[in-house]
Design a binder for this molecule. Structure first.
Ligand SMILES: C[S@@+](CC[C@H](N)C(=O)[O-])C[C@H]1O[C@@H](n2cnc3c(N)ncnc32)[C@H](O)[C@@H]1O
Length: 249
């Protein structure tokens, strides 16, 4: 149940890695975590796993997760935290730009807000090709990231994609997109201003004037509403972030 999952994920972050936490109580990664915990018995590679909160949820439902990250401090927290939970920590310190796993060794790859670290499409294409080879036939890629179309979060930030660009890039690299969801189209309190005026304002002000997740999480049914709205393509332009699930073809 998402309510329990939400509370547990927040508690894990606050207990084990408060400085690394997402910072948003209605983050799309709650949805990603819910989707990943519907799977079990899968061999999963979490790329840029950070402190391993998502990985711990997958392990708890019977998948076997390998966490890859370049940040040794985050991996230290991962190990500490898994040992407290009596879960096996399989961590690798390294980069997805120099992968060291055998081809076809995973059922599932998780790219949770990480591919943006490959700053341009040339680099992202190289990564996606290499990642595709790591998947077993029919394996799946779960992906979330900031939406470059969103005037509050992503606009002007070229290392992010729009939702349509994400679909095209994955389909150009041997994946078939099965599911797409836009997340959190809540407008800034200045939504009534004409776009041309809004775009003159500092981005920080717009972020500040958007109802913060800290409040929204207490609105009954917020998650169901976000989930429901996530399928409406006409809203995707305004969504803060998006979720995508694709299968290797
Ligand atoms: C924004 S955080 C996301 C963390 C986690 N996936 C989550 O959603 O909670 C990005 C993570 O990617 C890691 N990272 C960045 N570039 C990387 C690379 N080339 N190889 C492996 N990890 C990388 C960073 O160290 C950081 O932990």
């Amino acid at each position: 149940m998402i309510h329990e999952l939400h509370k547990r994920v927040v508690r894990k972050w606050m207990t084990y890695a408060p400085k690394l936490w997402w910072g948003d109580f209605v983050d799309i990664r709650f949805y990603l975590t819910e989707k990943l915990t519907e799977l079990s018995g899968q061999r999963i590679l979490d790329l840029g796993c950070n402190a391993g909160v998502i990985a711990s949820e997958c392990e708890a439902v019977g998948s076997e997760v390998v966490g890859l990250d370049m940040n040794l401090d985050a991996l230290g927290r991962y190990q500490e935290f898994f040992s407290d939970l009596k879960l096996p920590a399989r961590v690798v310190c390294g980069s997805w730009n120099a992968l060291m796993f055998k081809k076809e060794s995973f059922d599932v790859l998780v790219l949770s807000w990480v591919l943006c670290y490959d700053m341009d499409n040339e680099k992202k294409n190289i990564s996606l090709k290499a990642l595709n080879e790591l998947l077993k036939p029919g394996g799946k890629l779960y992906f979330v990231e900031s939406n470059r179309d969103c005037p509050i979060q992503g606009e002007g930030q070229n290392h992010f994609w729009t939702i349509a660009e994400a679909r095209d890039m994955l389909e150009g690299n041997g994946f078939e997109v099965e599911e797409l969801a836009g997340w959190n189209a809540l407008p800034s309190l200045l939504f009534w201003l004409p776009l041309s005026v809004k775009m003159q304002l500092p981005r920080k002000l717009l972020i500040y004037l958007t109802p913060p997740g800290r409040l929204v999480q207490y609105l009954p049914g917020w998650y169901k509403v976000f989930r429901f709205l996530s399928k409406f393509e006409w809203l995707w332009k305004y969504c803060r972030s998006y979720y995508l699930c694709a299968q290797k073809v």
